[in-house]
Design a protein around this ligand. Structure first.
Ligand code: GLA
Length: 387
């Protein structure tokens, strides 16, 4: 009896350990660059190398950005053995050489596939080839896989993503698993042991608000879709409200600063999507604001919560490992307004004295008791750290 109980326990344990996503990766939200938002389907070896070079030269690498990820359109076919084939025109040196180049710069390398028969751009997907593709990626030196959800028919999302998770695990190579299922099957409720991050929304559009005709949404609309999911994020498993549009031209500098502040307070992956080799100083300043990045990357790994959402005023609060509290105060309205943070919003006693630092001005603002009033421009965000 005892032995059979033990056997059952062992079986249960081995089944569990096969299931658990225990790749030790993404303890803080991944940071990097992805080709899609700027280059789309025109991605090629040269542009990826340039992005990698620029990531180092611009200071992005020093600021914490690490992954260089090729999105859709690098693949064209399968060979007679079923191996995935990269576009020989666009990637003449092959993916392995490109991964080596990226690694040579001290960066990590990522790639894209899809759980269906075809990717969203109609390239070969991984359906039925999961283990073979994972082996190929590992052989090439891939460190990050973004796995999309187009052309999946009646596939079950949890099953399909679990298959690729297991395929990646079987390679023995640590590979961050980025699930891109757009939130359709509520992956936050089941994916903590499947992926390191999961998209919670439709594709981001390079605009402040509103929805696209067919799909996509502006930054603040995406925030609304992701704002109530704080309970599901943590070290190794993050909500992903999609990549950054900062620097791509569709929003004002003030709006881009808000976009970046909000991604940081939401502990979202910070995956830049702009031309890193050609950044205006104000864009570089946003993407490399180390104090805001530190909010995103805080090791406690809490996603900020929205504590106020009324009168075109949003307030998000994120507890930090050192006991500080980061706060983002957002003006969604068309006019400048004064927005008042009350200590009750952060669960502080009203008579508590708190030192406040402004993370965009890089300035200690002094000590405040009970309330803090911020003058915030239209579509702007005041980002502070309460000590
Ligand atoms: C989907 C994804 C995007 C991008 C494209 C590529 O729309 O959500 O992030 O990967 O496919 O085709």
């Amino acid at each position: 009896m005892r032995n059979s109980l033990l056997a059952v326990a062992c079986l249960a344990w081995s089944a569990y350990s096969l299931q658990a996503l225990d790749n030790g990766l993404a303890k803080t939200p991944p940071m990097g660059w992805n080709s899609w938002n700027k280059i789309g389907c025109n991605v090629a070896e040269d542009s990826v190398k340039k992005a990698a070079d620029a990531m180092v030269k611009s200071g992005m690498k020093d600021a914490g950005y690490q992954y260089i990820v090729i999105d859709d359109c690098w693949q064209v076919s399968r060979d007679e053995d079923g191996n995935i084939v990269a576009d020989p025109q666009k990637f003449p040196s092959g993916i392995k050489a490109l991964a080596d180049y990226v690694h040579g710069l001290g960066l990590k390398f990522g790639i894209y596939s899809d759980a269906g028969t075809k990717t969203c751009a109609g390239r070969p997907g991984s359906r039925g080839y999961e283990f073979q593709d994972a082996r190929t990626y590992a052989k090439w030196g891939v460190d990050y896989l973004k796995y999309d959800w187009c052309n999946t028919g009646k596939e079950n999302a949890e099953a399909a993503y679990s298959t690729m998770r297991d395929a990646l695990a079987k390679t023995g190579r640590p590979i961050v698993f980025s699930m891109c299922e757009w939130g359709t099957a509520k992956p936050w409720t089941w994916a903590a042991n499947v992926g390191n991050l999961w998209r919670t929304t439709t594709d981001i559009l390079d605009q402040w608000e509103g929805k696209g005709k067919e799909y996509g949404a502006g930054a603040i609309t995406i925030v609304d879709m992701n704002a109530d999911l704080a309970d599901y994020a943590g070290p190794g498993h993050w909500n992903d409200p999609d990549m950054l549009e900062v620097g791509n031209g569709g929003m004002t500098t003030t709006e881009y600063r808000s976009h970046f502040s909000l991604w940081a307070i939401l502990a979202a992956p910070l995956i830049a999507g702009n031309d890193l080799g050609n950044m205006q100083p104000e864009i570089a300043e946003i993407l490399m604001n180390k104090e805001v990045i530190a909010v995103d990357q805080d090791p406690l790994g809490k996603q900020g919560r929205r504590v106020k959402h009324e009168n075109d005023q949003d307030i998000f609060v994120k507890p930090m490992q050192d006991g500080n509290v980061a706060v983002a105060i957002v003006n969604r309205g068309k006019e400048e307004q004064t927005i008042t943070l009350k200590w009750a919003d952060v669960n502080f006693a009203a008579n508590k004295s708190v030192a406040i630092r402004d993370l965009w001005q890089h300035k200690d603002l002094g000590t405040f008791t009970g309330t803090f009033a911020a003058q915030v421009p239209s579509h702007g965000t005041a980002m502070i750290r309460m000590k």
